[in-house]
Design a protein around this ligand. Sequence first.
Ligand code: AMP
Ligand code: ZN
Ligand code: FE
Ligand code: FE
Length: 282
Amino acid sequence: MRIDLHAHSNASDGTDSPAELVAAAVAAGLDVVALTDHDTVAGHAAAAEAVRGTGLTLVPGAELSCHTDGVSLHLLAYLFDPAEPAFAAERELVRTDRFRRGRAIVERCRELGAPISWEQVERIAGAGSVGRPHIASALVEAGVVATVSDAFTADWLANGGRADVRKHETDPVEAVRLVRGAGGVPVFAHPGAVKRGRTVSDEVIAELAAAGLGGLEVDHVDHDEPTRAHLRGLAAELGLFTTGSSDYHGHRKTVRLGEHTTDPAAYEELLAQASGAEPVHG
Ligand code: AMP
Ligand code: ZN
Ligand code: FE
Ligand code: FE
């Protein structure tokens, strides 16, 4: 079984449509793929339609933007009821604030001399939940930086960078409760991704575990070997399962689907904890 539990479509900041993502997952030889767009479920229906007859299993999910003590972090949520009102309202709040903040970042980039526009970012983002990677693509188009990754420096879009503007982000304890309240399973995404900025302490992870966290994403491109070993130990201590996933973004990032995968036993544990939605078997 090849199981990849973290992938983005153009419903957020990936470049594949949900149907293209499903086709790419089949081509990559995956048995299970989770669609985890930032703060939105807008890609679920098209992805579910596309898996029909492929033999691929789709796990509907999302990746939530959270913030605590000056640290931004991401919480993956799987198999929640998308209609549950409290969690749906919080996703809506984050998505709406992404537009205000996107405009503010574009304004800041222009003040710093980058010839980009909000119209350009809107064209790049399409219907997607707008984020810094879309603005990074605009900076690449404008010739300000060479690659999307080069836009995530202190000069431009990195956390705390010259053109970074904060968006509304949920407190992670609250987010864990919202996901569980919607019958979903929360998993801490790339908890040790230090190259993206500050990360939270083991104490905060323990606090999230006490609030109902299900697992830690351990095998991820942004974790080195010592970080993975440490997280595996911490997960065992806290009774959390561990996952591995690509965090695929289409051509906006260099990772390939299935570059990291999740153990079938951990996937079974995730399924056993879920009550808000069912995987879609194609
Ligand atoms: P946003 O959700 O708008 O705050 O943007 C966050 C997204 O930017 C993350 O989900 C990553 O996909 C991307 N990102 C953050 N830091 C980096 C980085 N150092 N290099 C490349 N992409 C990054
Ligand atoms: Zn992303
Ligand atoms: Fe993330
Ligand atoms: Fe992601």
